[in-house]
Design a protein. Structure first.
Length: 253
């Protein structure tokens, strides 16, 4: 797991440099850090694919981490003025983060060894409805402001509270399910508990930031996904090793 330690150290150093560069201000979501977050998340993605055999669990985790990285890339492309138009990147970013709650529920079900077909149908069904709207709906999403610390997205034609209820609803459900299945499946409890810790690692800091400065509520997607690198690290550092055995690890000559 040396690669995880190296990536975390590099990420911390970059954040410190940004802190000093911008006059001791909190710049954890500046374009350089967005790009670094994307690179770290995709490095973790490739590590998972390189280290572990492809199973339903590793595939779902790979897609989950990939979606996190795609959102960071979309933010960088918007704020950095590169690539496709800002509206296209905003759509790509929203589609990627909209799939995360359902993927998280799927990971938990695989860790617990339960089928949960109805639950997954509801999670993926609602996610695909919102993702389809963001992808193809006229004026569904756009960039309202590219602030120094984070991007502010504007939703069009959809109730923001409805989307927030969908998103936070599934996140809180995931934490509850992790705790519930951990009690039912003692042998798999450690991995499930670490997933719950992973969820808390980005839900709680985002909530604290919103309480300290209500103006940051407009940048929740950016801020939440900025902290979400923590769950990617936790999944690779703790969840996967606990959930797999030697037979799941690719042999290297």
């Amino acid at each position: 797991m040396k690669i995880v330690v190296i990536l975390v150290a590099a990420y911390g150093i970059l954040n410190l440099l940004m802190y000093k560069r911008y006059g001791n201000k909190f710049m954890c979501f500046s374009p350089p850090v967005m790009l670094a977050t994307f690179l770290i998340e995709f490095a973790l993605l490739f590590y998972v694919l390189w280290r572990y055999k492809l199973t339903p669990l590793t595939r779902t985790i790979a897609v989950f981490i990939g979606c996190l990285g795609i959102f960071q890339l979309a933010e960088y492309m918007i704020c950095g003025g590169l690539g496709l138009g800002g509206n296209v990147w905003a759509r790509i970013g929203y589609v990627s983060i909209t799939l995360l709650p359902a993927l998280g529920i799927h990971i938990l079900a695989l860790l617990a060894g339960v089928k949960a077909k109805k639950l997954l149908t509801a999670a993926y069904g609602s996610a695909f409805l919102f993702a389809g709207y963001f992808a193809f709906g006229p004026s569904a999403v756009g960039l309202e402001q590219c602030a120094p610390n984070y991007a502010v997205f504007a939703l069009g034609g959809i109730d923001t509270l409805l989307y927030a209820a969908f998103y936070y609803g599934w996140l809180l459900a995931a934490v509850g399910l992790a705790a519930h299945w951990a009690k039912q499946k003692p042998k798999k409890a450690a991995a499930l508990r670490w997933m719950a810790i992973g969820y808390a690692s980005f839900i709680l800091p985002t909530t604290v930031a919103n309480i300290i400065d209500p103006a940051t509520i407009a940048g929740i997607p950016s801020i939440m996904c900025g902290f979400a690198i923590l769950i990617a690290i936790i999944i690779v550092w703790r969840v996967l090793p606990l959930a797999t055995n030697k037979s799941h690890i690719r042999k290297r000559s």
